[in-house]
Write a protein that binds this ligand. Structure first.
Ligand code: SF4
Length: 347
């Protein structure tokens, strides 16, 4: 297959070799997530998309999974949920998938909260699909070069995934395998372009409260020029913050649909896991409300349902992503919580 991308012109000094930076891991004080220095993108103008233009649908038709999800998203808001199964555990994967199938429209299966070594994206997606659950698969740039990513994208189209979520990804130095070399041959907009060319429904993430805050909507616009259809809005503080970001994006001409993350917390273990997410900002008093309740599980579900319904009132929001993870050994229990939350939403 001929390459669709020009060789990456990485910004000097970026540990992730990003061309279209900055990543979502910039500290609130402007520091790089990897080293003790200022993010190298913060004092420069935004890098605009100068790669291939996304193909027209009559040139590259959408994959079957993408086409089905696009029809569903036109008919009603969708509920996506993070995938809580243990990494590389087919039994846990099948159990969690079976629990989520039905109540949620797709599971977002990307980086694992605590494990860097995982099933490959297309293999994991095929296992989840075989268990009866639709999947929105995450692809990061840390673990694979462009050739390996292209192979995964073809595999994912065969599997029939609903969408492909394209992220640059955390650096290996931050996870459970700091001994592994970090690849970062591409960054998220470049993977979005490849995913769109492979016929996928393409999503990207954006963190509205992460520096440079004033450029995050413009950065999303560039990702849509690369091929993104959907933006998962990372935890940024609640309804007002999401609403501001969506309006700002619309004002710039972004036509992508938005799926904001809804924090899922039902106990101290799930709160700790959520707090490990980079650039996390929760709605005011969200954790206190849940953890101080007589029944934190019930309060966590109620808080998530209330927040979801408010987010869905925002023009341009096409669904919600129930986001979080479980303490070790409580994956199935957490999947039940996610399913119950989705059932109560009953969109
Ligand atoms: S914060 Fe991200 S984009 Fe900025 S220099 Fe570090 S790795 Fe690169």
């Amino acid at each position: 297959m001929e390459s669709l991308l020009t060789p990456s012109a990485a910004h000097a000094g970026c540990p992730k070799n990003m061309e279209y930076g900055p990543c979502g891991g910039v500290g609130f004080d402007g520091s790089c997530e990897v080293g003790d220095f200022r993010c190298v993108f913060l004092d420069d103008p935004l890098v605009t998309w100068h790669g291939v233009v996304p193909p027209e649908p009559d040139v590259v038709p959408r994959s079957s999974g993408a086409a089905e999800m696009m029809v569903l998203m036109k008919s009603r808001p969708i509920v996506v949920a993070d995938f809580p199964a243990r990494a590389m555990d087919a039994e846990s994967l099948a159990e969690c998938a079976a629990l989520l199938a039905g109540p949620v429209d797709a599971t977002l299966a990307g980086d694992h909260g605590t494990a860097r070594v995982q099933f490959s994206p297309s293999y994991r997606a095929s296992l989840i699909r075989a268990a009866g659950l639709q999947v929105w698969t995450g692809i990061n740039c840390r673990d694979r070069n462009r050739v390996a990513i292209e192979g995964e994208l073809v595999g994912l189209a065969h599997v029939g995934v609903a969408g492909v979520h394209c992220v640059t990804g955390d650096h290996t130095l931050l996870g459970s395998r700091p001994d592994a070399a970090a690849v970062f041959d591409l960054d998220s907009p470049q993977v979005a372009a490849l995913a769109r060319a492979a016929g996928h429904l393409v999503s990207v993430g954006e963190s509205p409260t992460t520096p440079p805050v004033e450029l995050r909507a413009a950065r999303l616009l560039e990702k849509t020029r690369a091929g993104a259809d959907v933006c998962f809005v990372n935890h940024c503080g609640g309804v007002d913050a999401v609403g501001r970001f969506v309006r700002e994006s619309h004002d710039l001409g972004v036509t992508a649909r938005f799926i904001p993350c809804v924090p899922m917390v039902t106990d101290h273990a799930s709160a700790r896991l959520l707090e490990s997410f980079p650039s996390l900002v929760l709605p005011e008093s969200y954790l206190d409300r849940i953890l101080s309740a007589a029944d934190p599980r019930e309060e966590g579900i109620r808080a998530a349902v209330e927040l979801s319904l408010e987010l869905l009132e925002i023009d341009g929001v096409a669904g919600v992503n129930l986001s979080g993870g479980a303490g070790h050994g409580r994956e199935a229990e957490f999947a039940i919580v996610l399913a119950e939350t989705a059932q109560r939403l009953a969109l």
